[in-house]
Design a protein around this ligand. Structure first.
Ligand code: SF4
Length: 352
């Protein structure tokens, strides 16, 4: 891989690999110390179950893709902050942030997770400190989820009002890449976990959903942002076909930063195994490394999470409490004026 310099000289560009931290766990929020140790090469990383552990070196990481629902520890956790700062400043490293903000933080679907405002403030701090550029942030209003509680109470974020609240909170920072997808209920532990809490997923039909995607896309255009749908067969809404790990996007940022290397743009599916419609480029996920905690044990977690199988934990206890409070507050009947969070099902599933 190489580039032709202005002088016409063809220069072979070193290719470095992309570290993904991680699709499977929220490492920054739940295991910041361990993440710092692994990035620093103090303890070995593992890129898959059963794979040989290996020590990382910061200078060998072409780009670091962080997935989180709360970036605060990138600033406030001393060791992690020091490692990330050194990665960016001493090694010219690029951090990509897959920042998930569903609008449900703190609700019974995301007990213990932060609110939109608190995530916005933490993100502003990370951007102001130049650990991540706004162009390197993918705002994930993802997943779209809706759950039906006894008495017809709906809890979820399939609402243009909720989406707009999130866009209004983050777009002014220069974050223009938006990602969404529908909750993935194919994994048995998801409906089981939800069922144990006394509610069930209540998802719209495909035709209705496609209409909702179009409406989200037009809201994005109104802001000057662009929407992409994760693992959507054909992105007819936006025509965008970007992965959550996007080698082209990373190389654009590396070029801007005059970095002397590039990362691969080979699709992960051409090397590893992802969902058939996944458009991510190749990366190595360190979420399988020993020592990382799951969200459900002692942290906030998402009741619809498919990557973690926990059916018990503090998050589940907190969700049970929140549901009891909601029932007491609404007397089991939905409050007429609230938005999609705890609202009655739209009569005809008419648009929003
Ligand atoms: S519970 Fe699952 S979806 Fe939620 S933050 Fe943790 S890993 Fe992500």
């Amino acid at each position: 891989m190489g580039v032709t310099l202005a002088s016409g000289v063809f220069r072979v560009m070193e290719e470095k690999f992309v570290i993904s931290a991680s699709r499977t766990k929220d490492l920054v929020r739940v295991s910041p110390g361990r993440l710092a140790e692994i990035l620093n090469g103090n303890v070995p990383a593992r890129f898959g179950l059963g794979m040989k552990p290996q020590l990382l070196q910061l200078e060998s990481i072409g780009a670091l893709v962080i997935w989180t629902k709360d970036p605060a520890n990138m600033m406030i956790h001393p060791l992690l902050h020091e490692v990330l700062e050194r990665y960016v400043e001493d090694h010219g490293g690029i951090i990509i942030l897959n920042l998930t903000v569903t609008g449900l933080g703190g609700s019974a679907l995301e007990p213990g997770l932060p609110t939109v405002d608190s995530v916005r403030n933490a993100t502003e701090a990370v951007v102001d400190r130049e650990l991540v550029r706004p162009e390197g942030i993918i705002l994930r209003f993802d997943p779209l989820v809706r759950a039906l509680l006894p008495g017809g109470i709906l809890l979820g974020n399939i609402s243009i009002e909720v989406f707009n609240d999130v866009l209004e909170a983050f777009y002014p920072m220069g974050i223009a890449r938006i990602k969404t997808s529908l909750v993935d209920d194919r994994y048995a532990h998801v409906p089981e976990r939800i069922g144990r809490l006394g509610f069930m997923l209540d998802l719209p039909d495909t035709e209705w959903l496609e209409g909702f995607y179009e409406e989200m896309a037009s809201q994005c255009r109104r802001f000057g942002a662009r929407l992409d749908i994760c693992c959507h067969p054909e992105s007819f809404v936006t025509g965008e076909t970007n992965g959550c790990v996007d080698g082209r996007m990373i190389n654009e940022l590396l070029e801007d930063a005059r970095a002397s290397w590039r990362v691969t743009t080979t699709l992960h599916n051409d090397i590893g195994r992802q969902r058939p419609t996944c458009r991510c480029t190749y990366s190595r996920d360190i979420g399988y490394s020993p020592g990382f905690k799951t969200c459900f044990k002692n942290h906030g977690a998402c009741i619809y999470c498919y990557s973690q199988k926990n059916l018990r934990g503090t998050a589940i206890d907190r969700a049970t409490e929140l549901l009891r409070e909601m029932k007491e507050r609404t007397g089991g009947k939905p409050a007429p004026d609230c938005t999609c969070r705890g609202n009655r099902r739209p009569q005809s599933d008419e648009r929003r």
